[in-house]
Ligand binder design. Structure first.
Ligand SMILES: Cc1cc2nc3c(=O)[nH]c(=O)nc-3n(C[C@H](O)[C@H](O)[C@H](O)COP(=O)(O)OP(=O)(O)OC[C@H]3O[C@@H](n4cnc5c(N)ncnc54)[C@H](O)[C@@H]3O)c2cc1C
Length: 437
C-alpha cells in the first residue's frame, strides 16, 4: 500500500526529481515512483579503477541556464572539458586516422554546403520548414546535397553523436527542428570553442542530491504498470499490484518506455503516435582508466572522431582528483552490432580500437567499463528521435492527458534530449500543477 498524496511523479530521472522538488517547495505532498533500484535514469555514476565517472549524461554547454542554476543550487561545480592538443580524425573514405591540430569542428566547418545547412537550422528555429521535409531522411539529404565525402562523414558523425541515430533513420525535419531547439548551439558548424564543461564531481550528483533531499518521498524498484484517470483520484498501479492515488500525476519517463504503461483512458492520438514512433538511439559509453594521461604527454587532446569505425568518438575523461581516463562512444548501427557480441569480445574490440587510435598503451587500460544504454530496459537507448514521416503523421510528445502531465526531457521545448530539457520539462510541469492548470 502506498500512501495517497497530492501528486505522484513517475520516474526519478533528473526531470522527475526536479519536478518533485519544485512541487514540494510549493507545498504539495509528493510521491516519486521509480522503476529501477536507483535514481538518476540516464545519469549514472560508476566507479572505474580509482575514479567515479559519468557513464550517462555528462556535459553542460553555455546557453543552458537551467542546468547551470540547478548545479549552483546543489553545489555541483563546472570545469572546462580538456581539449588542448591534437585530435585524431578519420573521416576520409580510406578510414585512415590523421592527427589534426586545434579544434576539429571549426577546421571542418568551411564549406558553402554546410553554411546552407546552418541556414536550414535557422529556418527551423523560425518554424519555416516545409512539412514535406519530414518524409526525407538526413542520410538521403546528405547523399543528394553534399558531394564532398569528408564533409558528408562529418555531418553524419555529428548526427550520430548528437542523436545516436543513423542518418538514414532520422527525419530531416526532426533533425533540423531538434537542432534549432538548442538555440543554435546544436548547430554543428558554428565552431564555438570552449563551451563544453564537465560537472564536478559529476552529472550523477544532481539526481543523487535531489533524491537525498526528497528522502522517503522517493520509492525505488517500483515500476508503474498502469495509470487510471477516472472518477475520483488518479490511480497509479505498481508492478505487484500496489495502487497509489493522487490528484495529479506527472509522467517523467521516455516516450518509448511509456508505451509499456496501460493508460485508461488510452493516450490521445498525438501522444500514442509519439510513443510508438519514438526511437531512442542505441549508444554504448565506455570509460577506460589508465595509470597516467599519456596522450596529454604526447600533445594530444584525447579526442578522436571516426566514421566509419566501431568507436565513433573519444574524449579526455580525467577526473579532477587525478585519475586518468578516456571516454569512448559506440553509437547507432555499430552499437547494435557490438551489443550482439559476447562480453569478452565486446571489451576486446573497444580496447583494440583505443590502441589503433592512441597507441599500444591505450589498448591496456587499468580498468574498462561500458554501459550499453540500448539494453537498459527503463531507458531503451539514449536520445529519442523520430523516423521520417512521424512528425507529419501528427506525433508530438508534449502537454497533458487529463490529469496526467508530461515531463521528461522529450517533452521540453528547449534542449529536448539534454539535461537542460529534462529540467525545463520538470519545472514547467510543476509550475502548471502549482498554478492549478
Ligand atoms: C550516454 C549518454 C550521454 C549523454 N550525454 C549528455 C550530455 O553530455 N549532456 C546532456 O545534457 N545530456 C546528455 N545525455 C542525455 C541526458 O542524460 C538526459 O537528457 C537526461 O538525463 C534525461 O532525464 P529525464 O529525467 O528526462 O529521463 P530519464 O533519465 O530517462 O529518467 C526517467 C526515469 O523514469 C524511470 N522509469 C521508466 N519507466 C518507468 C516506469 N514504468 N515506472 C517508474 N519509473 C520508470 C527510469 O528508470 C528513469 O529513472 C546523455 C545520455 C546518455 C545515455
Amino acid at each position: 500500500m502506498i500512501r495517497d498524496v497530492d501528486v505522484i511523479v513517475i520516474g526519478a530521472g533528473l526531470s522527475g526529481l526536479v519536478c518533485a522538488t519544485r512541487l514540494v517547495g510549493g507545498g504539495a505532498r509528493v510521491r516519486v515512483l521509480e522503476a529501477r533500484p536507483r535514481v538518476g535514469g540516464r545519469l549514472l555514476g560508476r566507479r572505474v579503477g580509482d575514479g567515479v565517472f559519468d557513464l550517462g549524461g555528462q556535459w553542460w554547454t553555455s546557453g543552458q541556464p537551467r542546468l547551470a542554476a540547478l548545479a549552483d543550487e546543489l553545489g555541483v561545480a563546472r570545469a572546462p572539458q580538456h581539449r588542448l592538443g591534437a585530435a585524431v580524425v578519420a573521416l576520409a573514405p580510406d578510414g585512415a586516422p590523421r592527427s589534426l591540430p586545434g579544434r576539429v569542428v571549426a577546421a571542418l566547418a568551411r564549406g558553402r554546403r554546410l553554411a546552407a545547412l546552418s541556414r536550414m537550422i535557422a529556418r527551423a528555429a523560425a518554424g519555416d520548414l516545409p512539412a514535406a521535409w519530414d518524409h526525407e531522411s538526413v542520410g538521403a539529404w546528405l547523399a543528394r546535397e553534399l558531394g564532398d565525402p569528408v564533409l558528408r562523414a562529418h555531418v553524419a558523425l555529428h548526427c550520430e553523436m548528437t542523436f545516436a541515430t543513423d542518418p538514414d533513420e532520422l527525419s530531416l525535419l526532426d533533425y533540423l527542428t531538434q537542432l534549432a531547439a538548442t538555440g543554435g548551439h546544436g548547430d554543428p558548424f558554428d565552431g564555438r570553442p570552449g563551451d563544453e564543461h564537465r560537472l564536478v564531481p559529476g552529472a550523477h550528483a544532481l539526481p543523487a542530491r535531489l533524491a537525498a533531499a526528497l528522502g522517503e518521498r522517493v520509492t525505488c524498484a517500483a515500476p508503474v504498470v498502469a495509470v487510471r484517470d477516472g472518477v475520483g483520484p488518479v490511480e497509479v498501479e505498481v508492478d505487484g499490484g500496489a495502487v497509489a492515488r493522487a490528484g495529479r500525476v506527472v509522467l517523467a519517463v521516455p516516450p518509448a518506455v511509456a508505451r509499456a504503461i496501460a493508460f485508461a483512458p488510452a493516450l490521445p492520438p498525438a501522444l500514442a503516435a509519439a510513443a510508438q514512433a519514438s526511437r531512442p538511439g542505441p549508444v554504448v559509453k565506455c570509460v577506460a582508466v589508465y595509470a597516467r594521461p599519456f596522450w596529454r604527454d604526447e600533445g594530444r587532446s584525447g579526442e578522436a572522431y571516426l566514421r566509419p569505425g566501431l568507436v565513433r568518438a573519444t574524449v579526455d575523461a580525467c577526473t579532477d582528483d587525478g585519475v586518468a581516463a578516456l571516454a569512448a562512444f559506440v553509437v547507432a548501427g555499430p552499437a547494435r552490432t557490438w551489443a550482439a557480441a559476447p562480453l569478452a569480445e565486446r571489451q576486446a574490440t573497444v580496447r583494440a580500437e583505443l590502441g589503433r587510435l592512441f597507441g599500444p598503451a591505450a589498448a591496456a587500460p587499468v580498468d574498462l567499463a561500458c554501459v550499453d544504454w540500448g539494453a537498459e530496459r527503463w531507458s531503451a537507448g539514449c536520445v529519442p528521435t523520430l523516423p521520417p514521416g512521424a512528425r507529419a503523421g501528427g506525433a508530438a510528445w508534449r502537454g497533458a492527458h487529463g490529469r496526467v502531465v508530461l515531463a521528461g526531457t522529450e517533452a521540453a521545448t528547449t534542449w529536448p534530449g539534454f539535461m537542460e530539457g529534462a529540467i525545463e520539462a520538470g519545472e514547467v510541469a510543476a509550475a502548471a500543477i502549482l498554478a492549478g492548470a
